[in-house]
Design a protein around this ligand. Structure first.
Ligand SMILES: Cc1cc2nc3c(=O)[nH]c(=O)nc-3n(C[C@H](O)[C@H](O)[C@H](O)COP(=O)(O)O)c2cc1C
Length: 209
């Protein structure tokens, strides 16, 4: 399938079969997500891949999304609650080491990051970090579709419970969105046969020439 065919093929899966996503495919989805663009390249979020069935049962308790427990894997996107000088310093040191540059060569970039990010409230920075996490969600969703792996993006989960069970608070993180991965149960999932509904191209996009 080409990309548009894969994106037409995918849908927010409601019922999964027992088939598991292979470690190889999972690693491809993780690698693709890690390659997502992010504002200034700071990647202010982290990805957790929950495989453990018992844990997923607990995470899914009380949610209308059975896919939390019934899919093959659950990806949890968690954004940093605060952006600190340490985040920026670690990032600058990482660029310097990856690109073989002296840290001093990045002084202006670092100052711009400190000025632009650390002068904002933690609330503004968390919202910004969460937006970057959603870009990662989009990449993961497309990567899964490209591999013909089904997925469900989900905001219907108890973030406080997730943060507690996944020990996110102590890492300075807060869960913002999740993505179930697996293979559709074509028989049990009526959504598998529904026609995809999207705006007509001209209602969605306007070319300004
Ligand atoms: C951010 C986000 C949150 C969503 N939350 C849920 C959810 O909690 N449960 C669910 O079954 N689908 C959820 N969806 C799936 C949407 O309902 C679905 O993408 C939309 O209806 C379009 O259908 P399609 O993805 O099957 O083409 C979510 C989608 C997005 C992008």
């Amino acid at each position: 399938m080409n990309l548009i065919e894969s994106l037409n093929w995918r849908y927010a899966t409601k019922k999964y079969s027992d088939r598991k996503v292979s470690a190889d495919d999972l690693n491809k989805i993780i690698a693709a997500t890690n390659l997502s663009a992010s504002s200034a390249g700071l990647q202010p979020y982290r990805l957790f891949i929950v495989e453990n069935q018992e844990l997923r049962n607990k995470l899914g308790e009380g949610s209308f999304n059975g896919q939390i427990a019934d899919s093959s894997h659950l990806l949890v996107f968690a954004a940093f609650e605060k952006i600190t000088e340490e985040h920026i310093e670690t990032y600058i040191n990482h660029i310097a080491s990856e690109r073989g540059l002296p840290v001093e060569a990045l002084a202006d970039f670092k100052a711009a990051l400190v000025n632009g990010i650390l002068n904002r409230t933690d609330e503004v920075n968390f919202t910004w970090a969460a937006r970057q996490a959603y870009i990662g969600l989009g990449t993961a969703l497309i990567a899964a579709a490209d591999l013909q792996i089904d997925s469900t993006p989900m905001e219907g989960f108890d973030a406080d419970k997730f943060d507690e069970l996944l020990n996110l608070k102590e890492k300075g993180l807060k869960s913002v969105v999740t993505l179930a991965l697996g293979y559709r149960d074509e028989e049990q999932d009526m959504y598998a046969k529904f026609k995809k509904v999207r705006l007509a191209k001209d209602d969605f996009a306007s070319v300004i020439s």
